[in-house]
Design a protein around this ligand. Structure first.
Ligand code: ARG
Length: 464
Protein backbone atom coordinates (compact mmCIF):
# COMPACT_ATOMS: atom_id res chain seq x y z
CA UNK A 1 0.00 0.00 0.00
CA UNK A 2 1.13 3.54 -0.75
CA UNK A 3 2.48 5.52 2.18
CA UNK A 4 0.08 8.30 1.18
CA UNK A 5 -2.92 6.07 0.37
CA UNK A 6 -5.19 7.45 3.13
CA UNK A 7 -7.19 9.93 1.08
CA UNK A 8 -7.47 7.79 -2.06
CA UNK A 9 -10.33 5.50 -3.09
CA UNK A 10 -8.76 4.03 -6.20
CA UNK A 11 -5.37 2.57 -6.92
CA UNK A 12 -2.88 4.49 -9.07
CA UNK A 13 -3.19 3.74 -12.77
CA UNK A 14 -0.42 1.30 -13.70
CA UNK A 15 0.96 3.52 -16.44
CA UNK A 16 1.02 6.48 -14.06
CA UNK A 17 2.82 4.43 -11.48
CA UNK A 18 5.66 3.70 -13.88
CA UNK A 19 5.57 7.20 -15.24
CA UNK A 20 6.03 9.07 -12.02
CA UNK A 21 8.23 6.60 -10.21
CA UNK A 22 11.81 7.81 -9.86
CA UNK A 23 13.32 4.84 -8.02
CA UNK A 24 14.92 3.64 -11.26
CA UNK A 25 17.36 6.55 -11.02
CA UNK A 26 17.08 8.11 -7.57
CA UNK A 27 18.09 4.83 -5.88
CA UNK A 28 21.54 6.26 -6.45
CA UNK A 29 20.79 8.58 -3.50
CA UNK A 30 20.29 5.71 -1.05
CA UNK A 31 23.30 6.54 1.07
CA UNK A 32 22.50 10.24 1.35
CA UNK A 33 18.87 9.39 2.10
CA UNK A 34 19.73 6.94 4.86
CA UNK A 35 22.41 9.13 6.44
CA UNK A 36 19.95 12.03 6.42
CA UNK A 37 17.31 9.85 8.06
CA UNK A 38 19.73 8.64 10.71
CA UNK A 39 20.60 12.24 11.58
CA UNK A 40 16.93 13.22 11.61
CA UNK A 41 15.92 10.28 13.85
CA UNK A 42 18.82 10.89 16.21
CA UNK A 43 17.75 14.51 16.55
CA UNK A 44 14.08 13.50 17.08
CA UNK A 45 15.30 11.25 19.90
CA UNK A 46 17.30 14.02 21.47
CA UNK A 47 14.43 16.49 21.52
CA UNK A 48 12.13 13.81 22.98
CA UNK A 49 9.87 13.26 19.98
CA UNK A 50 11.04 9.69 19.62
CA UNK A 51 11.44 7.43 22.64
CA UNK A 52 14.99 6.12 23.06
CA UNK A 53 13.74 2.64 22.07
CA UNK A 54 12.09 3.84 18.86
CA UNK A 55 15.03 6.03 18.01
CA UNK A 56 17.43 3.15 18.45
CA UNK A 57 15.26 0.74 16.48
CA UNK A 58 15.00 3.24 13.65
CA UNK A 59 18.72 4.00 13.54
CA UNK A 60 19.67 0.32 13.75
CA UNK A 61 17.08 -0.52 11.13
CA UNK A 62 18.41 2.16 8.78
CA UNK A 63 21.97 0.93 9.22
CA UNK A 64 20.82 -2.58 8.41
CA UNK A 65 19.09 -1.37 5.26
CA UNK A 66 22.21 0.51 4.21
CA UNK A 67 24.30 -2.62 4.65
CA UNK A 68 21.77 -4.72 2.74
CA UNK A 69 21.65 -2.26 -0.15
CA UNK A 70 25.42 -2.20 -0.32
CA UNK A 71 25.53 -5.98 -0.28
CA UNK A 72 23.12 -6.01 -3.21
CA UNK A 73 20.39 -7.70 -1.19
CA UNK A 74 17.65 -5.15 -1.75
CA UNK A 75 15.24 -5.04 -4.68
CA UNK A 76 13.55 -1.68 -4.85
CA UNK A 77 9.80 -1.41 -5.34
CA UNK A 78 8.61 0.74 -8.25
CA UNK A 79 5.26 1.05 -6.46
CA UNK A 80 7.02 2.80 -3.58
CA UNK A 81 7.83 5.55 -6.05
CA UNK A 82 11.17 6.94 -4.96
CA UNK A 83 14.17 6.25 -2.77
CA UNK A 84 12.64 8.09 0.18
CA UNK A 85 9.51 5.95 0.35
CA UNK A 86 11.40 2.79 -0.51
CA UNK A 87 13.66 3.26 2.49
CA UNK A 88 10.73 4.04 4.77
CA UNK A 89 8.85 1.01 3.51
CA UNK A 90 11.89 -1.22 4.04
CA UNK A 91 12.28 0.22 7.52
CA UNK A 92 8.72 -0.54 8.51
CA UNK A 93 9.01 -4.06 7.11
CA UNK A 94 12.10 -4.48 9.22
CA UNK A 95 11.21 -2.87 12.57
CA UNK A 96 7.42 -2.62 12.49
CA UNK A 97 5.23 0.43 13.20
CA UNK A 98 8.06 2.39 14.83
CA UNK A 99 9.35 2.85 11.29
CA UNK A 100 6.34 5.07 10.68
CA UNK A 101 7.63 7.57 13.24
CA UNK A 102 10.76 8.45 11.23
CA UNK A 103 8.99 10.93 8.96
CA UNK A 104 7.79 13.08 11.90
CA UNK A 105 8.44 16.76 11.18
CA UNK A 106 9.76 16.02 7.72
CA UNK A 107 8.49 16.05 4.15
CA UNK A 108 9.87 14.39 1.09
CA UNK A 109 10.28 17.92 -0.20
CA UNK A 110 12.95 18.84 2.32
CA UNK A 111 14.25 15.28 2.28
CA UNK A 112 14.95 15.30 -1.45
CA UNK A 113 16.51 18.77 -1.17
CA UNK A 114 18.81 17.38 1.52
CA UNK A 115 19.76 14.29 -0.48
CA UNK A 116 20.49 16.41 -3.53
CA UNK A 117 22.72 18.76 -1.59
CA UNK A 118 24.62 15.89 0.00
CA UNK A 119 25.13 14.31 -3.40
CA UNK A 120 26.36 17.54 -4.98
CA UNK A 121 28.76 18.16 -2.10
CA UNK A 122 30.42 14.79 -2.73
CA UNK A 123 30.34 15.32 -6.47
CA UNK A 124 32.11 18.67 -6.08
CA UNK A 125 34.86 16.99 -4.12
CA UNK A 126 35.23 14.22 -6.64
CA UNK A 127 35.32 16.47 -9.71
CA UNK A 128 37.77 18.75 -7.87
CA UNK A 129 40.09 15.80 -7.23
CA UNK A 130 39.98 14.81 -10.90
CA UNK A 131 40.80 18.35 -11.93
CA UNK A 132 43.70 18.31 -9.49
CA UNK A 133 45.13 15.17 -11.13
CA UNK A 134 44.85 16.70 -14.57
CA UNK A 135 46.52 19.91 -13.41
CA UNK A 136 49.33 17.93 -11.80
CA UNK A 137 49.88 16.11 -15.08
CA UNK A 138 49.90 19.41 -16.99
CA UNK A 139 52.46 20.92 -14.62
CA UNK A 140 54.66 17.81 -14.91
CA UNK A 141 54.54 17.90 -18.69
CA UNK A 142 55.11 21.65 -18.80
CA UNK A 143 58.35 21.24 -16.83
CA UNK A 144 59.67 19.12 -19.70
CA UNK A 145 58.70 21.52 -22.44
CA UNK A 146 59.79 25.02 -21.42
CA UNK A 147 62.10 25.04 -24.45
CA UNK A 148 59.82 23.26 -26.87
CA UNK A 149 59.11 26.01 -29.37
CA UNK A 150 55.83 25.94 -31.22
CA UNK A 151 53.75 28.45 -33.13
CA UNK A 152 51.07 30.32 -31.21
CA UNK A 153 47.95 31.07 -33.24
CA UNK A 154 45.20 33.60 -33.57
CA UNK A 155 42.42 32.91 -36.09
CA UNK A 156 44.23 29.58 -36.45
CA UNK A 157 46.90 31.49 -38.37
CA UNK A 158 50.45 31.46 -37.11
CA UNK A 159 50.96 34.46 -34.86
CA UNK A 160 53.97 34.43 -32.53
CA UNK A 161 56.30 31.73 -31.26
CA UNK A 162 55.50 30.27 -27.84
CA UNK A 163 56.46 27.05 -26.06
CA UNK A 164 54.48 23.92 -25.40
CA UNK A 165 54.90 24.52 -21.67
CA UNK A 166 53.27 27.93 -22.05
CA UNK A 167 50.39 26.37 -23.98
CA UNK A 168 49.89 23.58 -21.43
CA UNK A 169 49.95 26.06 -18.58
CA UNK A 170 47.19 28.07 -20.22
CA UNK A 171 45.00 25.00 -19.70
CA UNK A 172 46.31 24.65 -16.18
CA UNK A 173 44.83 28.08 -15.45
CA UNK A 174 41.47 27.20 -16.99
CA UNK A 175 41.21 24.09 -14.85
CA UNK A 176 42.34 26.07 -11.82
CA UNK A 177 39.43 28.46 -12.33
CA UNK A 178 37.15 25.46 -12.72
CA UNK A 179 38.35 24.13 -9.40
CA UNK A 180 37.90 27.49 -7.71
CA UNK A 181 34.42 27.75 -9.18
CA UNK A 182 33.49 24.39 -7.70
CA UNK A 183 34.85 25.45 -4.35
CA UNK A 184 32.77 28.58 -4.53
CA UNK A 185 29.64 26.61 -5.45
CA UNK A 186 30.30 24.40 -2.45
CA UNK A 187 29.78 27.35 -0.11
CA UNK A 188 26.19 27.74 -1.32
CA UNK A 189 25.53 24.00 -1.54
CA UNK A 190 26.71 23.46 2.00
CA UNK A 191 23.42 24.51 3.64
CA UNK A 192 21.13 22.03 5.31
CA UNK A 193 17.44 22.23 4.31
CA UNK A 194 15.76 19.72 6.70
CA UNK A 195 13.24 21.52 8.86
CA UNK A 196 11.76 23.24 5.81
CA UNK A 197 9.04 20.59 5.87
CA UNK A 198 6.75 20.57 2.86
CA UNK A 199 7.20 24.34 2.43
CA UNK A 200 6.35 26.12 5.67
CA UNK A 201 8.60 24.55 8.25
CA UNK A 202 7.07 22.47 11.00
CA UNK A 203 5.52 22.84 14.44
CA UNK A 204 7.99 20.37 15.97
CA UNK A 205 10.89 22.03 17.74
CA UNK A 206 13.48 20.39 15.50
CA UNK A 207 17.12 21.05 16.26
CA UNK A 208 18.21 21.93 12.76
CA UNK A 209 21.72 22.92 13.77
CA UNK A 210 22.25 19.50 15.30
CA UNK A 211 21.25 17.79 12.05
CA UNK A 212 23.45 20.14 10.05
CA UNK A 213 26.40 19.37 12.23
CA UNK A 214 25.83 15.62 12.18
CA UNK A 215 25.76 15.66 8.39
CA UNK A 216 28.75 17.98 7.99
CA UNK A 217 26.92 21.06 6.72
CA UNK A 218 28.31 24.53 7.43
CA UNK A 219 24.94 26.21 7.87
CA UNK A 220 21.20 25.70 7.70
CA UNK A 221 19.00 27.15 4.95
CA UNK A 222 17.37 30.37 6.06
CA UNK A 223 13.89 30.22 4.55
CA UNK A 224 11.77 27.09 4.43
CA UNK A 225 9.97 28.03 1.24
CA UNK A 226 13.28 28.57 -0.50
CA UNK A 227 14.78 25.50 1.18
CA UNK A 228 12.44 23.17 -0.70
CA UNK A 229 12.18 25.18 -3.92
CA UNK A 230 15.84 25.75 -4.61
CA UNK A 231 17.69 23.71 -7.19
CA UNK A 232 20.23 26.45 -7.92
CA UNK A 233 22.92 24.24 -6.49
CA UNK A 234 22.18 21.57 -9.11
CA UNK A 235 22.21 24.16 -11.90
CA UNK A 236 25.37 25.71 -10.56
CA UNK A 237 27.19 22.40 -10.32
CA UNK A 238 26.08 21.44 -13.82
CA UNK A 239 27.25 24.88 -14.95
CA UNK A 240 30.64 24.15 -13.42
CA UNK A 241 30.68 20.83 -15.28
CA UNK A 242 29.76 22.60 -18.51
CA UNK A 243 32.71 24.94 -18.24
CA UNK A 244 35.06 22.06 -17.46
CA UNK A 245 33.74 20.29 -20.54
CA UNK A 246 34.18 23.45 -22.60
CA UNK A 247 37.83 23.58 -21.59
CA UNK A 248 38.32 19.87 -22.24
CA UNK A 249 36.61 20.21 -25.58
CA UNK A 250 38.87 23.04 -26.76
CA UNK A 251 41.90 21.02 -25.68
CA UNK A 252 40.51 17.98 -27.52
CA UNK A 253 39.94 20.03 -30.64
CA UNK A 254 43.60 21.04 -30.55
CA UNK A 255 44.72 17.46 -30.01
CA UNK A 256 42.62 16.39 -32.97
CA UNK A 257 44.15 19.10 -35.15
CA UNK A 258 47.64 18.49 -33.89
CA UNK A 259 47.44 14.77 -34.56
CA UNK A 260 46.35 15.32 -38.17
CA UNK A 261 48.80 14.67 -40.97
CA UNK A 262 48.80 18.37 -41.76
CA UNK A 263 50.07 19.32 -38.30
CA UNK A 264 51.78 16.22 -36.87
CA UNK A 265 52.59 18.07 -33.66
CA UNK A 266 51.48 15.13 -31.59
CA UNK A 267 51.29 11.36 -31.90
CA UNK A 268 48.60 9.74 -29.83
CA UNK A 269 49.31 6.49 -28.11
CA UNK A 270 47.85 3.47 -29.92
CA UNK A 271 45.91 2.63 -26.79
CA UNK A 272 43.99 5.88 -27.13
CA UNK A 273 43.33 5.78 -30.86
CA UNK A 274 41.14 3.64 -33.03
CA UNK A 275 41.30 2.33 -36.57
CA UNK A 276 38.92 2.29 -39.49
CA UNK A 277 36.97 -0.75 -40.65
CA UNK A 278 37.77 0.08 -44.27
CA UNK A 279 40.86 2.31 -44.45
CA UNK A 280 43.89 0.36 -43.25
CA UNK A 281 46.05 3.44 -42.74
CA UNK A 282 43.75 5.21 -40.29
CA UNK A 283 44.51 6.06 -36.72
CA UNK A 284 41.71 8.21 -35.42
CA UNK A 285 41.64 10.43 -32.33
CA UNK A 286 38.25 9.05 -31.24
CA UNK A 287 38.76 9.66 -27.55
CA UNK A 288 39.28 13.37 -28.06
CA UNK A 289 36.36 13.51 -30.48
CA UNK A 290 34.06 11.75 -28.05
CA UNK A 291 34.94 14.14 -25.25
CA UNK A 292 34.23 17.01 -27.62
CA UNK A 293 30.91 15.36 -28.46
CA UNK A 294 29.97 14.71 -24.85
CA UNK A 295 30.45 18.39 -24.12
CA UNK A 296 27.23 19.03 -26.00
CA UNK A 297 25.54 16.46 -23.84
CA UNK A 298 26.54 18.19 -20.60
CA UNK A 299 25.42 21.54 -22.03
CA UNK A 300 22.14 19.76 -22.75
CA UNK A 301 21.87 18.74 -19.10
CA UNK A 302 22.39 22.35 -18.06
CA UNK A 303 19.92 23.71 -20.60
CA UNK A 304 17.37 21.09 -19.56
CA UNK A 305 17.68 22.01 -15.89
CA UNK A 306 17.34 25.72 -16.58
CA UNK A 307 14.30 25.16 -18.77
CA UNK A 308 12.75 22.79 -16.25
CA UNK A 309 13.03 25.33 -13.44
CA UNK A 310 12.20 28.52 -15.26
CA UNK A 311 8.47 28.86 -14.65
CA UNK A 312 7.92 26.84 -11.53
CA UNK A 313 5.84 28.55 -8.88
CA UNK A 314 7.10 28.09 -5.32
CA UNK A 315 7.47 25.66 -3.70
CA UNK A 316 8.03 22.03 -4.73
CA UNK A 317 6.65 20.85 -8.06
CA UNK A 318 7.01 17.36 -9.42
CA UNK A 319 8.85 18.79 -12.42
CA UNK A 320 11.82 19.03 -10.11
CA UNK A 321 12.15 15.26 -9.98
CA UNK A 322 13.67 15.71 -13.44
CA UNK A 323 16.76 17.33 -11.93
CA UNK A 324 18.34 14.02 -11.01
CA UNK A 325 19.05 12.37 -14.32
CA UNK A 326 20.55 15.60 -15.65
CA UNK A 327 22.69 16.01 -12.54
CA UNK A 328 23.89 12.40 -12.56
CA UNK A 329 24.60 12.51 -16.27
CA UNK A 330 26.56 15.77 -16.06
CA UNK A 331 28.57 14.45 -13.13
CA UNK A 332 29.32 11.03 -14.62
CA UNK A 333 30.17 12.44 -18.01
CA UNK A 334 32.50 15.08 -16.62
CA UNK A 335 34.37 12.70 -14.33
CA UNK A 336 34.61 10.08 -17.06
CA UNK A 337 35.98 12.61 -19.53
CA UNK A 338 38.49 14.08 -17.07
CA UNK A 339 39.82 10.61 -16.33
CA UNK A 340 40.25 9.47 -19.88
CA UNK A 341 41.53 12.82 -21.09
CA UNK A 342 44.28 12.83 -18.47
CA UNK A 343 45.31 9.32 -19.49
CA UNK A 344 45.25 10.22 -23.17
CA UNK A 345 47.28 13.38 -22.69
CA UNK A 346 49.97 11.81 -20.55
CA UNK A 347 50.55 8.99 -23.03
CA UNK A 348 50.84 11.06 -26.19
CA UNK A 349 54.15 12.08 -27.72
CA UNK A 350 54.85 15.65 -28.76
CA UNK A 351 56.90 15.90 -31.92
CA UNK A 352 59.22 18.70 -30.88
CA UNK A 353 61.00 19.05 -34.21
CA UNK A 354 57.78 19.40 -36.15
CA UNK A 355 56.51 21.95 -33.67
CA UNK A 356 59.66 23.97 -33.96
CA UNK A 357 59.56 23.83 -37.73
CA UNK A 358 55.95 24.94 -37.53
CA UNK A 359 57.05 28.02 -35.64
CA UNK A 360 59.75 28.89 -38.17
CA UNK A 361 57.59 29.10 -41.29
CA UNK A 362 54.83 31.66 -41.32
CA UNK A 363 56.70 34.71 -40.01
CA UNK A 364 55.93 34.20 -36.33
CA UNK A 365 58.92 36.45 -35.64
CA UNK A 366 57.58 39.38 -37.64
CA UNK A 367 56.45 41.26 -34.52
CA UNK A 368 59.94 40.91 -33.09
CA UNK A 369 61.41 42.16 -36.35
CA UNK A 370 59.22 45.26 -36.06
CA UNK A 371 60.22 45.64 -32.40
CA UNK A 372 63.86 45.51 -33.54
CA UNK A 373 63.27 48.54 -35.76
CA UNK A 374 61.51 50.33 -32.91
CA UNK A 375 64.57 49.76 -30.75
CA UNK A 376 66.60 51.35 -33.57
CA UNK A 377 64.43 54.45 -33.32
CA UNK A 378 61.55 53.93 -35.79
CA UNK A 379 57.98 54.65 -34.69
CA UNK A 380 56.12 51.33 -34.29
CA UNK A 381 53.61 52.11 -37.05
CA UNK A 382 56.42 52.70 -39.53
CA UNK A 383 58.31 49.63 -38.36
CA UNK A 384 55.13 47.60 -38.88
CA UNK A 385 54.95 48.81 -42.47
CA UNK A 386 58.61 48.11 -43.24
CA UNK A 387 58.35 44.55 -41.97
CA UNK A 388 55.05 44.18 -43.80
CA UNK A 389 56.86 44.92 -47.06
CA UNK A 390 59.61 42.52 -46.09
CA UNK A 391 57.08 39.75 -45.41
CA UNK A 392 55.37 40.38 -48.73
CA UNK A 393 58.72 40.10 -50.49
CA UNK A 394 59.45 36.82 -48.71
CA UNK A 395 55.99 35.44 -49.50
CA UNK A 396 56.60 36.17 -53.16
CA UNK A 397 60.04 34.57 -53.07
CA UNK A 398 59.12 31.65 -50.87
CA UNK A 399 61.54 32.37 -48.05
CA UNK A 400 61.64 33.50 -44.42
CA UNK A 401 62.87 36.79 -42.95
CA UNK A 402 66.02 35.15 -41.64
CA UNK A 403 66.84 33.86 -45.14
CA UNK A 404 67.41 37.40 -46.45
CA UNK A 405 71.00 38.62 -46.66
CA UNK A 406 72.04 41.77 -44.82
CA UNK A 407 72.17 43.89 -48.01
CA UNK A 408 68.70 42.63 -48.93
CA UNK A 409 67.45 43.53 -45.45
CA UNK A 410 68.99 46.96 -45.63
CA UNK A 411 67.05 47.72 -48.77
CA UNK A 412 63.96 47.68 -46.59
CA UNK A 413 65.58 49.78 -43.87
CA UNK A 414 69.11 51.09 -43.57
CA UNK A 415 69.02 50.83 -39.75
CA UNK A 416 69.12 47.04 -39.91
CA UNK A 417 72.39 45.52 -38.79
CA UNK A 418 73.92 42.10 -38.28
CA UNK A 419 72.22 41.85 -34.88
CA UNK A 420 68.85 41.60 -36.67
CA UNK A 421 69.28 37.82 -37.10
CA UNK A 422 69.74 37.27 -33.42
CA UNK A 423 66.80 39.51 -32.60
CA UNK A 424 64.43 37.39 -34.67
CA UNK A 425 65.74 34.02 -33.51
CA UNK A 426 62.68 32.11 -32.26
CA UNK A 427 64.09 31.16 -28.87
CA UNK A 428 65.08 34.77 -28.35
CA UNK A 429 61.61 35.95 -29.42
CA UNK A 430 60.11 33.70 -26.76
CA UNK A 431 62.59 34.44 -24.02
CA UNK A 432 62.37 38.20 -24.48
CA UNK A 433 58.73 37.97 -23.43
CA UNK A 434 59.74 37.57 -19.84
CA UNK A 435 57.14 39.68 -18.09
CA UNK A 436 54.93 37.85 -15.59
CA UNK A 437 52.52 35.63 -17.48
CA UNK A 438 54.69 35.60 -20.59
CA UNK A 439 56.06 32.58 -22.51
CA UNK A 440 59.76 33.10 -21.67
CA UNK A 441 61.29 30.13 -19.95
CA UNK A 442 61.95 32.28 -16.86
CA UNK A 443 58.33 33.43 -16.71
CA UNK A 444 56.93 29.94 -17.26
CA UNK A 445 59.22 28.52 -14.57
CA UNK A 446 57.97 31.18 -12.17
CA UNK A 447 54.39 30.32 -13.07
CA UNK A 448 55.14 26.63 -12.61
CA UNK A 449 56.58 27.20 -9.14
CA UNK A 450 53.43 29.07 -8.18
CA UNK A 451 51.21 26.42 -9.75
CA UNK A 452 52.96 23.57 -7.99
CA UNK A 453 52.69 25.34 -4.66
CA UNK A 454 48.98 25.80 -5.31
CA UNK A 455 48.56 22.10 -6.02
CA UNK A 456 50.53 21.15 -2.91
CA UNK A 457 48.67 23.40 -0.49
CA UNK A 458 45.35 22.41 -1.94
CA UNK A 459 44.18 26.01 -2.30
CA UNK A 460 41.20 25.91 -4.53
CA UNK A 461 40.72 22.21 -4.06
CA UNK A 462 37.40 20.83 -2.96
CA UNK A 463 38.22 19.60 0.49
CA UNK A 464 34.76 19.30 1.97
N1 ARG B 1 10.85 11.79 -5.95
C1 ARG B 1 10.61 13.16 -5.65
C2 ARG B 1 11.63 14.03 -6.35
O1 ARG B 1 12.64 13.51 -6.68
C3 ARG B 1 10.72 13.40 -4.18
C4 ARG B 1 9.90 14.52 -3.64
C5 ARG B 1 8.47 14.24 -3.84
N2 ARG B 1 7.62 15.13 -3.18
C6 ARG B 1 6.31 15.19 -3.46
N3 ARG B 1 5.59 15.96 -2.80
N4 ARG B 1 5.81 14.46 -4.41
O2 ARG B 1 11.47 15.20 -6.59
Amino acid sequence: MKLWAGRFEKATNKAVEDFHSSIRFDQRLYRQDIMGSIAHATMLGKIGILTPEDQQAIVEGLKGILADIEAGKVTFDVGAEDIHMNVEQLLTQRIGPAGGRLHTGRSRNDQVALDGRMFVKDAIQDVGAHLHSLQSALARMAREHTETIMPGYTHLQKAQPITLAFHLMAYFEMFQRDRERLQDALVRTNRMPLGSGALAGTTYPLDREMVAQALGFDEITRNALDGVSDRDFVVEFTGCCSLIMMHLSRFCEEMILWSSHEFQFVTMDDGFSTGSSIMPQKKNPDVAELIRGKTGRVYGDLAGLLAMMKSLPLAYNKDMQEDKEALFDAYDTTVGCLEIFTAMLTTCTFNKDVMRRGASGGFTNATDAADYLVKKGLPFRQAHEVIGHMVLYCVKHGCALEDLSLPQLQEFSPVIGEDFYEAIDLMRCVNDRALPGGPAQSAVLAHLAQAEALLATGIGTAEK
